[in-house]
Design a protein around this ligand. Structure first.
Ligand SMILES: [Zn+2]
Length: 277
């Protein structure tokens, strides 16, 4: 399979060159964005943030976080109440910079020229509204995490690379609680999104019963790192539970962090190589 957007449009360095024409995202000049900061901090410009967003979609697909579903967003630098995310109707591995549109604080497409967003865009808008510290949000249907949203088994950090999960069980969101028994199990309206944000509270990861997970972070790099290592932690913990009682990280061990920029750049190079095939 070959991606529709070869590296000439958006590569691991984050350089983006957009075509001329009416499909450009209004308000975002898509010409030769500077590479994102090498230290993994959040870029200062929307062009750089969109460049990271595109590559990160490919990383998350490459690491089995995304399947045909899933979406990743980043808060706007120019208007922090707004955010950028892909339009509807795309599979994540095919997202290009031209597929990224701006959304307003209510999760509605902003000057999108008729293009629409994924039905669950309210996950993103309501978390950004509730969590000023969050700069990026990913929602996925990652199959590995599903059992922990279906049972009383607590998802907690068992790996040093998953310290962000904390020493308390990850919260589980159930659409029956805010909506009732008759629900479609989707977060496709603002009240459901607000309920999800309340369940997430100040945590990094919220599991979604019979659905998947949502992960947040202070940068796109951190959010990608957390999504990938949530899956790795889930798999290690699930295997350990078959053998006995897992040893979880204690409060001291989770109160730390790893530099993620090296991981992101490496994963980006791997994803872009593997997706052109
Ligand atoms: Zn979903």
């Amino acid at each position: 399979m070959e991606r529709r957007d070869p590296l000439g449009a958006a590569g691991p360095t984050g350089a983006v060159v957009a075509p001329e024409g009416p499909d450009r995202v209004p308000g975002v000049a898509r010409t030769a964005a500077a590479p994102p900061p090498a230290d993994g901090t959040i870029p200062d410009t929307d062009e750089q943030r969109i460049a990271e967003l595109v590559v990160s979609n490919h990383i998350l697909y490459d690491h089995n976080i995304f399947d045909g579903f899933g979406h990743l967003s980043v808060r706007s630098a120019a208007d922090p109440a707004h955010f950028f995310m892909q339009r509807s109707g795309l599979v994540p591995d095919s997202v290009t910079s031209d597929d990224v549109i701006e959304y307003d604080q209510d999760g509605e497409p902003y000057k999108a020229h008729g293009r629409t967003g994924p039905s669950e865009r309210y996950i993103h808008s309501e978390i950004y509204r509730a969590r000023p510290d969050v700069m990026s949000v990913v929602h996925s249907h990652t199959d590995a995490v599903l059992p922990f949203g279906l049972t009383k088994a607590p998802l907690k950090a068992v790996l040093h690379t998953a310290y962000f999960l904390g020493s308390e069980p990850a919260p589980v969101f159930d659409t029956r609680e805010p909506i009732g028994q008759d629900n479609n199990m989707l977060v496709d309206n603002a009240p459901a999104g607000a309920a999800l944000a309340r369940t997430l509270s100040a945590r990094s990861v919220v599991l979604m019963r019979g659905h998947g997970m949502t992960v947040v972070g202070p940068t796109v790099h951190d959010t990608v790192f957390r999504a990938v290592y949530t899956r790795v932690n889930v798999q290690a913990e699930a295997e350990a539970l078959k053998l006995g009682d897992p040893v979880f990280l204690n409060r001291f061990e989770v109160d730390r962090g790893d530099p993620v920029s090296v991981h992101w750049a490496w994963w980006a190079a791997q994803a872009e190589t593997r997706l052109v095939r």
